[in-house]
Design a protein around this ligand. Structure first.
Ligand code: MRU
Length: 359
């Protein structure tokens, strides 16, 4: 099989995870951009903790890491109790974060393979292969969704002469959040490759600062023109009239086209409608959860108040102040112009249109 880490590196120069057969290496995203530090994990518990602690984050990267976590559980399982050990690993990984459905999708895929294995040796080989396949497919999907997205924006294969545009994005949806390349950030990369991008406004993305710490870092490494802005500046940027599209990722998309994504996405969708700016969601089909009718059913993760009260241990608020820290919100389908996946685009998403592509 092609090594997905190498393919991802070739695509962008940035990788979030490296599979080494006996271990999984994760780039510690908590320390970026100050330090590029890799953590080596040899068991599923370590992977589950790394997902929960945000060493690795972003819906697709969480799913891929969890899949490798199951492969590690098989790799290091004892001959006597290997089935119970792998089941326990799946259970632990599934409790790491609640909102991104890619986690549960990847674990279900791994469980299906596991149930077909008759011996530990078979499980070791087939679970590692399945995790690599999930990783590879994610990268390939990112490249395909970039094509569909440009078409949905009105740029066609031969876009020579088209006027470049500026876009605004939120959170980090790039190589760091996926198997490589990126979802929304993959579309932005593709616009840049095609000389169709003037610049990207990157929301800093309070409270965890994925935009300033990760998106700005990824884009600057490749010389993609990026301007960082405080989240509250988005309205003024749109009012100035320069931005044509807001492009974001997703953690879960329900059967009616509602989208859970990083907190602050919903406000951007409201702003986009008011200012007549296009609003595009880009995600792999593994983010689509047709078992939920609407966004009201999506479990929204709340994280500790320290993430809002402090930055890297420096207090920003009065000690002990009470904090509300939901880390995702739900954008209703009627505020979304188009959802793009590797399977194609759903314009004006609703139940019928979603059923057409994902039924
Ligand atoms: O809390 P995070 O950093 O895992 O949240 C990430 C996001 O909300 C992303 O927009 C989403 O997962 C898509 S990543 C391709």
């Amino acid at each position: 099989m092609n090594n997905p880490t190498e393919s991802s590196f070739r695509a962008t120069g940035t990788v979030a995870l490296r599979w080494q057969g006996i271990s999984l290496e994760l780039l510690d995203q908590r320390l970026l951009p100050a330090q590029e530090h890799w953590i080596t994990l040899e068991n599923a518990s370590g992977v589950a903790q790394s997902i929960q602690n945000m060493v690795v984050r972003g819906a697709p990267a969480i799913g891929i890491s969890a899949a490798y976590g199951v492969a590690l559980a098989a790799r290091h399982a004892g001959a006597g109790g290997w089935k119970a050990e792998i089941k326990q690993a799946v259970h632990e990984l599934s409790a790491s974060r609640p909102t991104a459905v890619n986690l549960f999708w990847a674990l279900q895929r791994m469980e299906r393979v596991f149930h077909g294995c008759g011996s530990l040796r078979e499980a070791q080989v087939r679970l590692a292969d399945e995790a690599i396949a999930i990783h590879q497919e994610d990268l390939a999907g990112n490249l395909a969704m970039a094509d569909h997205a440009l078409e949905a924006m009105g740029f066609f294969a031969d876009s020579g002469g088209s006027k470049p545009i500026s876009v605004l994005t939120h959170c980090n949806t790039g190589a760091l959040a996926t198997g490589g390349y990126g979802t929304a950030l993959g579309v932005i990369r593709r616009l840049h490759e095609q000389k169709l991008l003037t610049q990207v406004y990157a929301d800093e993305t309070r409270p965890w600062l994925q935009g300033s710490r990760l998106t700005a870092w990824e884009l600057m490494r490749e010389g993609i023109p990026v301007t960082l802005n405080a989240d509250g500046a988005a309205a003024a940027i749109l009012a100035a009239g320069e931005v044509s599209w807001i492009i974001v990722g997703a953690d879960r998309i329900t059967a009616n086209g509602d989208v859970a994504n990083k907190i602050g996405t919903y406000s951007l969708a409201v702003l986009a409608r008011y200012h007549n700016v296009g609003f595009m969601v880009v995600a792999p089909s593994s983010t689509v959860d047709m078992s939920l009718e609407s966004g009201a059913e999506i479990p929204i993760e709340e994280r500790g108040g320290t993430e809002v009260r402090e930055v890297r241990g420096i207090p920003l608020a009065p000690e002990g102040v009470s904090v509300f820290n939901p880390v995702f919100d739900v954008t209703p389908a009627n505020l979304i112009d188009v959802i793009v996946t590797e399977r194609g685009a759903v314009r004006n998403p609703n139940k019928t249109a979603m059923q057409g592509l994902f039924g």
